[in-house]
Design a protein around this ligand. Structure first.
Ligand code: MG
Length: 178
């Protein structure tokens, strides 16, 4: 019989694997803070952490993370078949499947998610820069893009929520003035 995997099991696997690959949620939240604080001077790190946790509850992101991390780990162990083994291991610039998988998981977060992902892909901020550095002997071909997708999704979610908060505040002020 095919086993139906509970979403709690998927989420805890994602958190465990991120940790095993050297990524903490604080690292991701720090990127979210850097992306969103220019638009919201009152933004707190705690709010960024909550947003990271919230987007990691989404299956699109969880599944993309599981697939990408698995391929990184298999490439690191030399267990993929050729020519994919060499392409993933070398983080071949024209490969593109790493970005496509990561970008696909942020599409549900609207244009801010997509543009933030593009920015992070290009400028490699914080932990993304560390993962992209190929001197560690580890393979992070997929993970650097996937961390960018978590940060982009969490940033977009915050931006949309901030607009809701601002509008509710403006409505309240308008009501009390009338
Ligand atoms: Mg990559």
């Amino acid at each position: 019989m095919v086993r139906q995997v509970h979403s709690d099991e998927v989420k805890s696997a994602v958190l465990r694997k991120l940790g095993e690959r050297g990524v903490t949620l604080e690292d991701v939240a720090a990127i979210v803070y850097e992306m969103q604080s220019p638009y919201n001077p009152r933004l707190q790190m705690q709010t960024c952490m909550e947003s990271v946790h919230a987007v990691l509850r989404k299956r699109e992101l969880q599944h993309a993370l599981l697939v990408g991390i698995e391929l990184d780990v298999l490439a690191e162990k030399g267990m993929l078949s050729e020519p994919l083994q060499s392409i993933v291991q070398a983080d071949e610039g024209l490969f593109g499947c790493d970005e496509t998988l990561a970008l696909g998981s942020v599409l549900g977060y609207g244009s801010i998610g997509v543009t933030t992902f593009g920015h992070l892909d290009k400028h490699k901020i914080g932990i993304i820069q560390k993962l992209d550095n190929k001197t560690s002997g580890m393979v992070h071909t997929f993970l650097d893009d996937l961390v960018a997708s978590i940060a982009a999704a969490a940033s977009s979610r915050l931006a949309h929520r901030q607009r809701d908060v601002d509008e509710a505040e403006a409505d309240r002020m308008e009501e009390s003035a009338s």
